[in-house]
Design a protein around this ligand. Structure first.
Ligand SMILES: Nc1ncnc2c1ncn2[C@@H]1O[C@H](COP(=O)(O)OP(=O)(O)OP(=O)(O)O)[C@@H](O)[C@H]1O
Length: 298
């Protein structure tokens, strides 16, 4: 028998208007508990607006939000964790003092030493907040978002501006939080971040959700299965047909194909220079390109 899990968070018919602009356009979604749910979309898609509505920071023009099947109460903000894109930290406080100050505010707070270990803050606990690196700051902000032991954690573009190593470090912690059974809702511009962290992804564009599924499901549903990449000036004579779907980007041409042998044969017959050809599996970026005709970051 198929069992369905009740969503931890659900919204129905959300509309957010700013004057004549509709930032969120009649949007509904349901997030099952215990997963990492990603909202992916280009600049201006409406991700931050939607997430701030879900966090109860903005009251929408129309629509309803339910937490654990019920309308949210005034306690909701104390029950969840939010890692904001920008948070001011007091420069004269150390990392440990900052954590201890917030720790005192909650009855059901995370064990401080455990939290410091989880977020890899041990080595910097005596450092002043304005003397820590970008990656260390994000880990501190994540620890602050977790301090009240929330079941639902919001991460708004958590790794923006971090170097690859700091991103990986943050992702490892997010994985651990997810493996503790917490539900995570994150927004990101980065396909690799969504692909790495998220069980379910919704792709948003122009205030609407245009596709939802696991990264693998979205890739299987919305791509041809194989990407051939060539330099931008190669394959000028190739147009979309039964063999190829052609996407010409500023820095490359991507040919999406289902049958690699047939595609390469067709390219050779058309005298296309394959010296700089590479073959990849499609990613969420390919999904986004196919659904919107645009790159994620244009
Ligand atoms: N307070 C506001 N007043 C007026 N317009 C707003 C306001 N907040 C957002 N917008 C507009 O709503 C649209 C959606 O913005 P939003 O920040 O939600 O998008 P986003 O997907 O989060 O983009 P980004 O990835 O750049 O953060 C944009 O056109 C934005 O300019």
């Amino acid at each position: 028998m198929k069992t369905t899990t009740a969503p931890i968070l659900e919204c129905r018919g959300i509309i957010q208007r700013y004057g004549r602009l509709t930032a969120v356009d009649d949007l509904s979604l349901a997030v099952p508990p215990g997963i990492c749910f990603g909202l992916l979309g280009p600049n201006g898609a409406g991700k931050t607006t939607l997430i701030e509505i879900l966090e109860d920071i903005i009251r929408p023009t129309a629509g309803e939000v339910f937490y654990l099947g019920k309308p949210r109460t005034s306690l909701f903000r104390q029950q969840i964790g939010i890692m904001f894109q920008q948070t001011a930290l007091l420069a004269f406080m150390t990392v440990q003092e900052t954590l201890a100050t917030f720790h005192k505010l909650f009855d059901k707070a995370y064990d401080l030493e455990e939290l410091i270990r989880l977020c890899h803050l041990d080595d910097i606990r005596k450092q002043l907040n304005d003397k820590i690196s970008g990656g260390q700051r994000q880990r501190l902000l994540l620890a602050l978002a977790l301090i009240n032991q929330p079941e639902l954690l919001f991460l708004d573009e958590p790794s923006t501006g971090l170097d690859p190593q700091a991103r990986r470090n943050l992702w490892d912690i997010v994985h651990q939080v997810r493996s503790q059974g917490k539900t995570i809702i994150l927004t990101t511009h980065y396909m690799d971040e969504a692909q790495h962290l998220c069980d379910i992804v919704s792709i948003m564009d122009h205030g609407r959700i245009i596709a939802t599924g696991s990264p693998q499901q979205l890739i299987a549903r919305h791509t041809r299965g194989i990407n051939i990449t060539l330099p931008p000036d190669a394959a000028e004579a190739i147009t979309s047909n039964a063999i190829f779907q052609v996407n010409r980007l500023a820095d490359r041409v991507v040919l999406q194909v289902t049958d690699l042998n047939r595609a390469i044969q067709a390219l050779l017959e058309a005298s296309v220079d394959l010296t700089h050809m590479s073959v990849q599996s499609p990613t969420l970026e390919t999904v986004f390109l196919n659904l919107t005709g645009r790159k994620l970051r244009e």
